[in-house]
Design a protein around this ligand. Structure first.
Ligand SMILES: [Zn+2]
Length: 240
């Protein structure tokens, strides 16, 4: 009997340890999920705070006690490997430069520019143009969110027809008249105008354009994998 108890003791402890580890992991994962996400999150964070405080509190409440499979499942798209995050062949090769009269050869690759003293990368393309220049839809999709944030100013989130990609437009001066959430847009459709709203330099109006690989059920503000728009827009796919 004594020896059985000796055995049971450590085993029970191990089980308790495992449960603690699971809970701690779930909590950390959810914390990373909440605070993480790179530059994209900074644009969405105001809205996230505003719209999801309830949801996050609810999630945090349940996750700590019960790390549900649902939470783990939702993490999967964010653990994208480079391979997974690559757009399918032919899917993004027909994008147009989303600023009127900017030629492909005029683009500069600013995707890996460092932001915040190297803490993060830009992960988007800045397309410089005069204020008021027409911003066009790079590809077809649906206006998922029209949102003004501190960093991004007037922003637009356009979801691709297959729901796997979001095109993000920021620092707009104005939205196209009548533009609404839920509206379908075609490639080349006028979305608004170039500006310097948000944290853009007033002296250097530009369109901040990001392509985010996400998953069909992920919300517009959730962290997503940014892919470099430069090769897709410049046609320089063959270059390293
Ligand atoms: Zn930018």
């Amino acid at each position: 009997m004594a020896s059985e108890k000796m055995l049971l003791g450590p085993m029970a402890l191990k089980l308790a340890d495992r449960i603690l580890t699971i809970v701690a992991t779930a909590t950390l994962t959810s914390a990373a999920w909440i605070v993480g996400g790179g530059s994209f999150m900074r644009y969405a964070e105001d809205q996230k705070a505003a719209e999801t405080t309830e949801a996050t509190a609810e999630a945090a409440k349940t996750e700590t006690v019960d790390p549900t499979p649902k939470v783990i499942t939702r993490e999967e798209p964010k653990l994208d490997t480079a391979e997974v995050s690559q757009p399918k062949a032919g899917q993004t090769d027909q994008l147009v430069v989303p600023v009127l009269n900017v030629r492909r050869e005029d683009l500069t690759d600013t995707f890996t520019n460092e932001r915040g003293e190297g803490a993060s990368l830009h992960e988007a393309l800045d397309i410089v143009a005069d204020e008021g220049t027409t911003v066009l839809a790079a590809g077809p999709g649906e206006v998922e969110k029209i949102f003004t944030s501190e960093a991004g100013g007037k922003t637009l989130y356009i979801r691709s027809p297959d729901r796997q990609t979001i095109h993000f437009y920021a620092h707009l001066d104005e939205y196209a008249e009548g533009l609404q959430e839920g509206q379908r847009v075609r490639r080349g459709q006028r979305l608004g105008t170039v500006g310097s709203t948000g944290n853009a330099d007033d002296e250097a109006p530009h369109l901040h354009f990001a392509i985010l690989r996400t998953s069909a059920d992920a919300e517009w503000w959730e962290p997503a994998t940014a892919i470099n728009p430069y090769p897709l827009l410049s046609g320089n796919n063959q270059r390293p």
